[in-house]
Design a protein around this ligand. Structure first.
Ligand code: ATP
Length: 365
């Protein structure tokens, strides 16, 4: 989990590219030992933020502090850059052996041949790639090349590492294996990391904290569970796969439970909102249960409605069930549950979800 001490602090950062302001970040912190993921759609500013954090592009305004020290002079910037490593989507390897590629950063730092050799071998062992040492970098698969690029970054024993979509070009099993190794190595080495990705599952898998970006700004920062279950707005909700974002009219709040009217149904969930306000709220599809018979007497869920199955879409492990319960709702079911319940399009069923499965995004006039 993220440690309390801050490692990197940024205030009032603005970056312009091609004469246009593309980043405006009032405040950003990376804690010691923390793995933080930047998620957001194409063009959100993830790469720009990484490049600005690494001081590889200039900022129009802003201050950057590393362990409290402002990074201002050229000398401080040079020393700061030596404490970090960066890995890009493309591995950018030299036309040399894997060993020489992994050794590159160490040679620049002037380590002796013996030190270079022992560090390179130790890093290659960490990445389970000793067998590739003498292979030409030109003859590597995409996964091996990215593994080499990560090993080169870790060989210098950076205090923090910036990773820009490092897995995006890899096939699923290769991506999974490399992600597992990276996760283990980040934990073992305690390296602080910022990972830019547009894949929320990758972020969930690897990070202590998720920072969601849109149009050059940070729109939410929290633990993966917070961001996934309590998105601050509709953009974050849809970006993290919250398929059920609904809008209703508040009837009342009593004993900490809001009752909302939506398409002649009553939905209850925790929160506070005034009668007559419009409430925007969301429910994760995996928190919606489907039954063939009315479960009213048997479930602790407060929200139970009859529904019709409109569409069943296979997505691999899960089936995505589109339901009409007066309003549209999406539920995820395992293939096995779908078979056990004998569900089909057009079938009448009952949906239920707990009050606590509903997250109030906002309420107002
Ligand atoms: N070299 C450049 N010159 C001018 N504008 C740029 C340049 N690189 C990026 N931009 C602009 O900066 C904004 C942020 O782009 P950036 O690449 O940081 O986003 P991103 O979130 O990393 O997107 P992606 O996931 O597509 O890589 C975009 O509007 C983009 O068009």
């Amino acid at each position: 989990m993220s440690a309390a001490a801050s490692f990197l602090d940024v205030q009032d950062l603005e970056v312009c590219r091609g004469g246009v302001r593309v980043l405006a970040i009032p405040s950003f912190t990376l804690h010691e030992n923390e793995v933080l993921s930047l998620i957001g759609p194409n063009g959100a500013g993830k790469s720009t933020l990484l490049l600005a954090l690494a001081r590889l592009i200039p900022a129009a305004t802003g201050t950057l502090r590393c362990q409290g020290e402002p990074i201002v002079s050229d000398r401080a910037t040079f020393a700061y850059r030596r404490r970090l490593a960066m890995v890009f989507q493309q591995p950018l390897l030299f036309d040399a052996t894997v060993f020489d590629n992994v050794a590159a950063g160490l040679k620049i730092r002037g380590l002796s041949r013996q030190e270079v050799r022992s560090r390179v071998m130790a890093t290659m062992e960490l990445f389970n790639m000793v067998n590739l040492a003498e292979r030409s970098a030109r003859k590597l698969s995409g996964g091996e090349a990215q593994r080499t690029s990560l090993a080169r970054a870790f060989a210098i024993r950076p205090e923090m590492i910036f990773l820009d979509e490092p897995f995006v070009a890899l096939d699923p099993p290769t991506r999974q294996a490399l992600m597992d190794d990276l996760d283990r190595i980040l934990t073992e080495t305690g390296t602080a990391a910022v990972l830019a990705t547009h894949d929320q599952l990758e972020a969930l898998r690897l990070s202590d904290r998720m920072v969601v970006m849109n149009q050059g700004e940070i729109v939410q920062s929290g633990t993966p569970v917070e961001v996934m279950n309590q998105p601050v707005d509709e953009f974050v909700a849809s970006f993290v796969g919250m398929e059920n974002v609904l809008t209703g009219t508040v009837l009342a709040t009593a004993a900490g439970l809001v009752t909302v009217a939506l398409a002649e149904r009553r939905i209850e969930f925790p929160g506070t909102a005034a009668a007559g306000e419009t409430a925007v709220f969301c429910i994760r599809p995996e928190h919606v249960t489907i039954d063939i018979f009315d479960p009213a007497g048997e479930t602790s869920a407060r929200n139970v409605f009859p529904a019709t199955i409109r569409k069943i879409i296979p997505t691999g492990v899960f089936q995505k069930i589109h339901l009409d319960c007066g309003f549209s709702l999406v539920a995820y079911l395992t293939n096995q549950s779908l078979g056990n319940l004998h569900l089909d399009e057009g079938k009448r069923v009952f949906v239920s979800f707990k009050a606590t499965a509903v997250h109030l995004i906002r309420a107002g006039k």
